[in-house]
Design a protein around this ligand. Structure first.
Ligand SMILES: NC(=O)c1ccc[n+]([C@@H]2O[C@H](COP(=O)([O-])OP(=O)(O)OC[C@H]3O[C@@H](n4cnc5c(N)ncnc54)[C@H](OP(=O)(O)O)[C@@H]3O)[C@@H](O)[C@H]2O)c1
Length: 339
């Protein structure tokens, strides 16, 4: 049997659909009953038999920091996909990020070892890979993480989680790590993760930024994870990026597909430097939630381009184009909007 952590998230729900459609026996973790509805809704996008497919999942309520519940979740499990994580770039959330992303992953790794799990797939992020000084040089799996950099709190904890997985491999666990770029997928329009990008662009964005980063369709993430788990590959990591694009290009293509006006004013580096300081002041004095940190402002204008050849060569993997991804997801967004 397969265990999926974070089954109610963007990646988890699509992975569950794939595994159940392949007739695998699957158990998945959730925390709150109400989040299960989102998974069912995602299933309806891709099947007329959504209810029936959803009912094939054995759901188990478990936080990844609740060891006794996790021990139950691991009973009879052979393969584990660890998708659960806290995605936040708010500096004030650092403690919670460490607890869920690093300690939670250590718990999963320890249970994989004690339950003699055949293989673990851990979903990391491109945030956990280093950068080059030369922005034109492609970043790949060998690009070293630099702890001296001003890394975001999210990146630090995703990197810390990877260390836990590598530690597990030293203790005999077989594992693969995937490092996706920004994951594009449907159904999580209001979530804190990447799903809400579509809603933000639909509502109208006045500013664009010229920073470049990696993007990937959620189905590519899920298919790559599944193929890596089915292969003999172990103790390796893989960059999952279909294309490296400027945020402006992504915003414009998405706005056009949603039939709304694309942003027209460039948020230059100096403007972002003022904006993150104002954001900090509003947080300190009025308790407003942080929307922009120093690190996210910096990454909004930084150029990071990724090399996806390791996965392409290892699995003869073909990535979906981001144009196709935007087309498919915006259609589902507009359909949901009408309902
Ligand atoms: N989205 C992206 O652009 C992106 C890019 C690169 C890497 N990633 C990585 O991909 C993975 C999946 O991300 P996603 O986009 O699917 O995020 P998501 O939609 O926010 O889903 C996160 C999942 O983790 C669960 N979770 C959070 N804290 C937990 C805890 N303490 N115990 C158990 N479950 C917990 C959530 O449960 P609830 O539903 O109960 O909150 C949810 O199922 C994460 O590891 C993330 O770091 C995401």
């Amino acid at each position: 049997m397969i265990l999926v952590t974070g089954g109610t998230g963007l990646v988890g729900s699509h992975l569950l659909f794939k595994l159940i459609s392949n007739n695998e026996n699957v158990r998945a973790t959730y925390r709150r009953e109400k989040t299960l509805k989102r998974v069912k809704h995602v299933f309806t996008y891709f099947s007329d038999d959504a209810e029936n497919l959803f009912n094939k999942i054995e759901w188990i309520e478990a936080d990844i920091n609740d060891i006794p519940k996790l021990q139950n979740a691991f009973k009879g499990i052979t393969y584990v996909y660890h998708c659960a994580a806290f995605v936040s770039f708010e500096p004030d959330k650092y403690k919670t990020l460490r607890k869920i992303n690093i300690k939670g992953t250590a718990n999963i790794v320890n249970l994989c070892i004690s339950n003699k799990i055949s293989k673990l797939c851990y979903v990391s992020s491109i945030a956990a890979i280093g950068h080059h000084n030369n922005p034109e040089k492609l970043i790949d799996e060998e690009t070293a993480w630099n702890p001296e950099e001003d890394n975001s709190v999210y990146a630090i904890t995703k990197y810390g989680a990877e260390l836990e997985v590598w530690r597990g491999t030293q203790e005999g666990l077989d594992a693969v790590i995937v490092n996706p770029g920004i994951i594009l997928g449907a159904g999580y329009w209001n979530g804190g993760s990447s799903g809400n990008l579509f809603k933000q662009i639909y509502k109208g964005m006045r500013y664009y930024v010229n920073g470049i980063t990696g993007y990937i369709d959620v189905w590519d993430v899920v298919n790559a994870m599944h193929q890596l788990m089915e292969s003999d590959i172990k103790n390796e990591s893989f960059v999952l990026v279909s294309e490296s694009l400027s945020f402006k290009t992504f915003q414009t293509k998405t706005a056009n597909a949603l039939h709304v006006k694309p942003p027209t004013i460039e948020a230059k580096s100096w403007l972002l430097k003022i904006a993150w300081r104002l954001d900090w002041l509003q947080h300190k004095f009025f308790g407003k939630r942080r929307n922009l940190s120093k690190q996210t402002a910096k990454s909004a204008v930084s150029i990071t381009k990724y090399d996806n050849s390791k996965l392409k060569n290892a699995l003869e993997f073909q990535f979906k184009s981001i144009d196709t991804s935007i087309k498919e997801i915006t259609e589902l967004f507009l359909k949901d909007l009408k309902q």
